[in-house]
Design a protein around this ligand. Structure first.
Ligand SMILES: C[S@@+](CC[C@H](N)C(=O)[O-])C[C@H]1O[C@@H](n2cnc3c(N)ncnc32)[C@H](O)[C@@H]1O
Length: 225
């Protein structure tokens, strides 16, 4: 388990400078750029209508979604365990003309200690899919502790679809290769609509809206309490 976490961390550290290529459909995963383009455009629109008060962007990566949700918030905390990803996200934030109060935290979300109930909204994009069942439980427990009652969470992640099936397995250790040929083995899972609803129910969330694309989905949810 510890080895897998280290491998994931090393993978994203090395991938940071080329990570945003995935949003242009330049992915070794699915060689269908138009499908990526469609889902990315739809999810940008979802993000542009999301966010309130103090938002936490968990596993923020390069901060790709910040330009879309940022303007809706008064304060944003971006957290990622990868130093290189945070460097990219700082560049992204600096490119925006924004008076939003922005904080960066480097660390494993599962380990970092926060004051309780300080956030009004959360964005979690392509991170839950890297969690084992055990870590998923720890993740949601922590999320519930730091979000105010009735906060919203936008969950963006990889869809399990007929398109995905052609190129990937649904769940388990998967190989990822960078542009320079360096290879990593990481844990990853994809979600169909039933899986998404099961997670939402399990952690006492209510689904507000769901965009279900062939490669990506965006589930807008609200805490029941
Ligand atoms: C697939 S990338 C997604 C980046 C970004 N959210 C996006 O949508 O473009 C996953 C990110 O989550 C980070 N990550 C994974 N597990 C994490 C954890 N336990 N704590 C903090 N960051 C984590 C990785 O370092 C990586 O930057």
């Amino acid at each position: 388990m510890e080895d897998q976490r280290d491998e994931l961390s090393a993978y994203y550290d090395a991938r940071a400078p080329e990570y945003d290529e995935v949003y242009l459909g330049k992915s070794p995963g699915i060689p269908e750029p138009e499908t990526y383009g469609r889902d990315v455009r739809a999810i940008r629109t979802v993000c542009a209508a999301f966010g309130f008060g103090h938002l936490i962007d968990i596993g923020c990566g390069t901060g790709y979604w910040f330009p879309y949700y940022g303007k809706n918030c008064s304060e944003v905390t971006l957290i990622d365990q990868s130093r290189s990803m945070l460097v990219e996200s700082q560049k992204k934030v600096n490119e925006q003309l924004t008076d939003v109060d922005v904080h960066f935290i480097r660390g494993n979300f599962l380990d970092v200690r926060f004051f309780s109930k300080i956030f009004d909204s959360a964005l979690v994009a392509f991170m839950i899919s890297h969690l084992t069942e055990e870590d998923e439980y720890v993740f949601f427990k922590k999320l519930m502790e730091i979000l105010k009652p009735k906060s919203e969470m936008l969950w963006i992640d990889g869809s399990w679809s007929s398109v995905r099936k052609k190129y990937r397995g649904k769940r388990g250790l998967q190989a990822r290769t960078l542009n320079n040929g360096r290879s990593f083995t990481i844990y990853k899972q994809y979600f169909d609509e039933n899986d998404i609803n099961a997670v939402i129910k399990k952690y006492s969330l209510t689904l507000r809206s769901l965009y279900m694309g062939d490669v990506f989905f965006a589930a807008r949810t609200v805490l029941r309490h």
